[in-house]
Design a protein around this ligand. Structure first.
Ligand SMILES: *Cc1c(COP(=O)(O)O)cnc(C)c1O
Length: 430
């Protein structure tokens, strides 16, 4: 490591730690899992991100997903600037709110009605409240390793027995809250069947990331999502697709379009806000009419549907809708990256396992297939930490955790991918 390379970042981190817990406003940014300090960002443009010390990186975090068009896309910036001039927040309805809702409905027809909120956490929390209000049941079934934001009832892990209620996985979450969540294993049909049998007539909803992307990227086995659709229908429970990452990334219509499955409720975030704090949940009108002011399931927000955030969201979706070739391009470029890494890392022995779908992928430092959370736990986290550091020192910015995805944007050129591979080749030789 060059000395002084991160001089300003180090100084800013020291001051931040004095006033902000751990120096960061979201834990993974702290880079503790890879035994490093974070770099502080000054700006970003296209596929590149620049730190406060003047170091430049090809960015594969993309703000954890929103930047599908690349950073500071000119059209999105233009629309945001125009919106800002008219005022930052009104707390009253605006035209842009129905325009964005209409666009979401066009992409995902099952979202007949849409509520705009400010974060993915709020979207999933509200969708779950709605599912409980609609079904008049309490239990929510989630999967180990799937992340749905940080609301109390979702910060849970499986209890000691396979069929026991969940226990809280965070301080400050009473086990009494966790008790209303039950936990199954991703891609494990038997674990879901067993819970539906034991808690017959009590499960309000199954919530799932249709492609798990918060334990690294794990694809659903063939038939798994279809099975979830069937068993929820049979038991009059709702199926919630948490498409905060997959929405507008796998396809215009997200995972439901990609896999041809119609869930009851969908949650969106990240891309839908175009880099601003905006998220959404929605579904059939019949279900959404349970939300206040029409129904008695309460949900509100001072800044919900914010005029600047909706401008960023609408502009981003406009670019995606008008250029459907983007999906083909990012799929091809990500394939180029994945195949290249495979060729570099796995020539002599199998050192990594790569999962990829469209522009989402993970390089797992394990030699075995990765289909569930317990497979991810076989990864060599120290090797990942070494990989992270090597790449960062050489101008490639990836997530500071094995349990996250690689995001490729439409601003990543073939040249970016080739440059990335030639850096990784230097690591591969080690
Ligand atoms: C990021 C994420 C969330 C939480 O969204 P925030 O905006 O960070 O609150 C929820 N679900 C999934 C699948 C996510 O990836």
């Amino acid at each position: 490591m060059q000395s002084g390379k991160y001089k300003k970042s180090e100084k800013y981190f020291e001051i931040s730690q004095k006033y902000i817990p751990g120096g960061v406003n979201s834990p993974v940014r702290a880079a503790r899992a890879v035994h490093r300090d974070p770099v502080f960002i000054k700006s970003a443009s296209g596929s590149k991100i620049f730190d406060v010390d003047g170091n430049e990186y090809i960015d594969y975090v993309c703000s954890w997903g929103p930047a599908i068009l690349g950073h500071a896309h000119p059209y999105v910036l233009k629309k945001v600037k125009k919106a800002i001039k008219k005022g930052l927040s009104f707390g009253a309805p605006t035209k842009k709110e129905y325009i964005l809702a209409e666009m979401i409905n066009e992409a995902m027809p099952v979202m007949e009605q849409v509520r705009l909120v400010n974060s993915g956490t709020e979207a999933t929390m509200s969708a779950i409240r709605l599912a409980r209000g609609y079904t008049n049941r309490d239990l929510i079934l989630k999967f180990t390793g799937c992340y749905h934001g940080h609301s109390d009832g979702l910060l849970v892990k499986a209890g000691s027995g396979v069929l026991t209620e969940a226990i809280s996985s965070s301080g400050g979450v009473p086990d009494d809250y966790a008790k209303n969540t039950i936990v199954a294993e991703f891609n494990d049909i038997d674990s879901v069947n067993a819970l539906f049998e034991k808690y017959h007539g009590k499960i309000a909803a199954v919530i799932v990331e249709p492609v798990a992307a918060n334990m690294g990227v794990i694809l659903p086995d063939k038939g798994f999502l279809e099975f979830l659709r069937e068993i929820t229908r049979k038991n009059s429970a709702l199926l919630i697709f948490d498409e905060v990452i997959t929405g507008f990334r796998l396809a215009k219509g997200g995972a439901c379009e990609y896999f041809g499955i119609e869930p009851d409720l969908i949650t969106l975030g990240k891309i839908v806000g175009g880099g601003m704090p905006l998220a959404a949940y929605g579904g059939k009108k019949e279900i959404m009419s349970y939300i206040s002011p029409l129904g008695d399931v309460y949900q509100a927000g001072t800044l919900s549907g914010n005029p600047v955030a909706t401008a960023a969201g609408i502009a981003t979706l406009e670019v995606l809708f008008e250029n459907p070739d983007i999906y083909k391009r990012i799929d091809e470029n990500t394939k180029l990256l994945a195949d290249g890494i495979e060729n570099i890392m796995n020539t002599k022995e199998k050192r990594v396992h790569i999962n990829r779908i469209g522009s989402l992928m993970s390089v797992f430092f394990t030699s075995q297939d990765v289909k569930s959370y317990k497979d991810v736990l076989t990864c060599d986290l120290d090797k990942y930490a070494g990989y992270y550091s090597f790449l960062r020192e050489n101008g490639i910015y990836i997530a500071p955790s094995q349990f996250e995805a690689v995001f490729v944007s439409d601003a990543h050129s073939i040249e970016d991918i080739k440059n990335t591979l030639s850096i990784i080749a230097g690591f591969g030789g080690k």
